[in-house]
Design a protein around this ligand. Structure first.
Ligand code: FAD
Length: 505
């Protein structure tokens, strides 16, 4: 084993969370040397770019395939409604377990190279109650800026405005202006030629990617965090290209390796607080198809050619019905097909964009027993402890699901007619938003893994990032919220390193 590298901070995982840590540390704490290690390969140039920005469809498919991990049996396949293969760019984690659709991505950019880019702010009831509201809102705004979030990417979509007006007539009464029906905040930039550049981690990193103080090691697996007397001293890594093992000594370590593999690496490192992997929380997701009423389809939209498999057309974009804990305790997305996970199957679209997916995400009743477990006697395709998922829907969840099904059906009738049968509950894990496994808390009382600045209880220079940190039962897509927390954590980390260097001087 060689030990030939050192850094101020080693970041494990190059997804949106790890990239946010890197961006804040390099921008705000000049002089720090950051090494980021990523198990997966780089799948595009610039590294971390979203696959939807790759216009050559063969290259896009190759980038997706390269992100699907080491085990061919767990890779993606044609979409189905029931438990089926993973979605493109992802691979299944524990397909015979209690969360059969749970999946992850292994590539530079992580799932952030494959995501749908929806970035809604959480509403009352979804927020983390112990974080000051104004501070969280300000961090969320910063995260949205890093992600390039906009609500105008589909403002010219011929079907969107009318559709939202129809939904608003049912939902808007009594809601605050920022919680009325509106275009989904999306992480996408509309370029001068009208094309859309979906946000990957290339956007989050910006110029940091080429900074001399930042180094990205792709195809490099972190196998263990080295620690002694309450402090991490470095990270043991293995090159997946050459098999060579080495150690990177570090002043601090960030683990942002997704909500399933962050606890995996901590477990493999002998860091096993009581709440590690517990309180696993994934949205239950109900989905329906609807054919829009002809009144929503302007004449010019009835003649557009369809571009199967081509770049996403701006028919209606994604409309958002925000969560409202009293009147509508769901996060609602009305998506033109192509941004929706439901396959159209044999259904023919009369006009392009005239069939929409209605997706309702609900909060999970959080239970300690829903968890990621590791079997040290068995290993996964990377040689780390195998992940098993324990996950049950209790009677509270069953009631929530019934309510979501009934709401999805009502929404289908509000905007047109239901298609393809009644609304369905997608298999557990389908939302790809796993939360809670390294959750934040205000006290080291066995119910949380890190403090409100994302610092591990008991290891003062190890920080965690990503959706696993979220302790609250959110219904909305969590990535922007996780990045807000990562910004907060990166600042705490940077300040801590600065204070130590002053003390040492
Ligand atoms: P990831 O993006 O998963 O990155 C983690 C990285 O860590 C991976 O690249 C992995 O290879 C690496 N890693 C893991 N273990 C190790 C190790 N031991 N050593 C080295 N590297 C390691 N979220 C939303 O909020 N809105 C959406 O609209 C949305 N849509 C989605 C649609 C799809 C199809 C997918 C796949 C995801 C979607 N998500 C969405 C989820 C979103 O992409 C994730 O929340 C986000 O990417 C999480 O960021 P992360 O950095 O925590 O983890």
């Amino acid at each position: 084993m060689s030990s030939n590298r050192s850094a101020d901070v080693v970041i494990v995982g190059s997804g949106p969370a790890g990239s946010t840590f890197a961006r804040v540390l390099v921008d705000e704490f000049p002089g720090l040397r950051i090494v980021m290690v990523e198990a997966g390969p780089s799948t595009g140039e610039p590294p971390g770019r979203h696959v939807n920005t790759i216009s050559d469809l063969d290259l896009k498919a190759a980038a997706q395939r390269a992100s699907e991990g080491p085990d061919p049996e767990h890779r993606s396949g044609p979409p189905t409604i029931g438990p089926g293969p993973a979605r493109p760019g992802t691979f299944l984690v524990d397909r015979d377990g209690e969360m059969p659709a749970a999946a992850m991505s292994s590539n530079v950019g992580g799932m952030g190279a494959h995501w749908t880019c929806a970035c809604p702010p959480p509403g009352d009831g979804e927020r983390i109650d112990f974080l000051p509201r104004a501070e969280f809102d300000s961090l969320f705004a910063e995260a949205s800026t890093l992600l390039g979030v906009t609500q105008t990417a589909f403002e010219d979509a011929p079907l969107g405005r009318e559709l939202r007006a129809a939904l608003g007539a049912h939902f808007d009464d009594g809601r605050a202006p920022d919680r009325k029906v509106q275009p989904m905040p999306l992480a996408v930039t509309v370029r001068p030629d009208g094309s859309r550049y979906w946000t990957g981690t290339d956007v989050i990193l910006g110029e940091v990617a080429s900074s001399p103080s930042f180094e990205l090691l792709a195809e490099t697996l972190a196998t263990r965090i080295l620690h002694d007397a309450g402090r991490a001293t470095g990270v043991e890594v293995r090159s997946l290209r050459t098999g060579e093992r080495s150690t990177i000594t570090a002043g601090a370590v960030v683990v942002a390796a997704d909500a399933l593999r962050t606890p995996q690496l901590l477990f493999a490192s002998g860091i096993r607080p009581a709440a590690l992997g517990r309180h696993l929380n994934d949205h239950t997701q109900v989905i329906a198809l609807a054919r829009l009423d002809d009144r929503f389809i302007p004449t010019e939209a009835r003649t557009r050619p369809k571009q199967a498999g081509g770049p996403l057309e701006g028919y209606s974009g994604v409309s958002w019905i925000p969560y409202d804990r009293n009147s509508f305790p769901f996060h609602g997305q009305i998506m033109q097909m192509g941004t929706s996970p439901i396959p159209l199957g044999d259904v023919e679209e009369p006009w392009p964009g005239s069939i929409v997916g209605i997706g309702l995400f609900a909060t999970k009743h959080i239970r300690e027993d829903d968890r990621v477990e590791f079997d040290p006697a068995e290993t996964d395709g990377y040689g780390l402890p195998r992940i098993r998922l324990r996950y049950q829907l209790d009677e509270v969840d069953q009631q929530t699901i019934q309510d979501a099904i009934s709401w999805a059906d009502r929404i289908a009738h509000m905007i047109g007619s239901p298609l393809g049968g009644p609304p369905r509950l997608l298999p557990a894990g389908s939302s790809l938003h796993y939360m809670g496994t390294v959750r934040m808390g205000i006290a080291d009382d066995g119910t949380s893994v890190c403090d409100p600045e994302s610092r591990l209880w008991g290891l003062e220079n190890v920080f965690v990032g990503g959706n696993g940190v979220l302790p609250a039962p959110t219904a909305c897509n969590p990535t922007a919220t996780s990045l807000a927390l990562a910004i907060r954590a990166a600042r705490a980390l940077g300040r801590g390193l600065k204070d130590r260097s002053v003390d040492a001087a």
